[in-house]
Design a protein around this ligand. Structure first.
Ligand code: NI
Length: 180
């Protein structure tokens, strides 16, 4: 399982639903969780490891620790109110940018036993991280929430960092950065 980074075209493709009962997808989710910890991220979506299925894992590293395995996640309600979210992404290492996201959301998904679950009115980092991962499943990156000009500037910054080879390997991306 390798981490795909911008501008790998797989990151811009939409994911397909997981078939209920597909145990291979659950195995995949567990491998993704292992990688999430190895890479010190707080969230990882399947396209980031080259798989176009609606699977994401989240562990915000807050107490009490919770690992969310999200199969076919769907936001069923979003607040009109938006809030600033300062984000990083494992697929765009070293970048941190502030964007606006819905403040509060309700999420429906299947857990690793294919049981339907609901997260009611998620706020703060959980809300932002869920929105970030669902963006990935729809072929979007967090920088897509920026204005055209700001996004272009950020992409330039990223390319420059990469050319200068100052990008760390993924192990060096600390979860203090909260990359998703
Ligand atoms: Ni990301």
């Amino acid at each position: 399982m390798e981490l795909l980074q911008y501008p790998n075209p797989t990151l811009f493709r939409k994911c397909a639903d997981v078939a209920v009962g597909d145990l291979a997808s659950i195995e995949l989710a567990h491998e993704m969780a292992a990688k999430l910890y190895e890479w010190n991220g707080i969230g990882l979506a399947a396209p980031q490891v080259g798989i176009l299925k609606k699977i994401a894992v989240i562990d915000l590293r807050e107490e009490p620790r919770v690992l969310y395995v999200l199969i076919n996640p769907r936001i069923t309600w979003r607040s009109v109110e938006v809030e600033e979210s300062n984000e990083g992404c494992l697929s765009l290492p070293l970048l941190r940018e502030t964007i606006f996201r819905h403040k509060t959301i309700t999420l429906e998904y299947l857990d690793e036993n294919f049981s339907p679950k609901v997260i009611q009115r998620a706020e703060g980092l959980l809300s932002f991280c869920i929105q970030h991962e669902i963006d990935h499943l729809n072929g979007h990156l967090f920088i897509d929430h920026m204005s055209k000009l700001a996004r272009a500037r950020v992409v330039q910054k990223f390319k420059k960092l990469r050319e200068e080879s100052v990008l760390p390997n993924t192990k060096a991306v600390s979860h203090e950065n909260g990359a998703q």
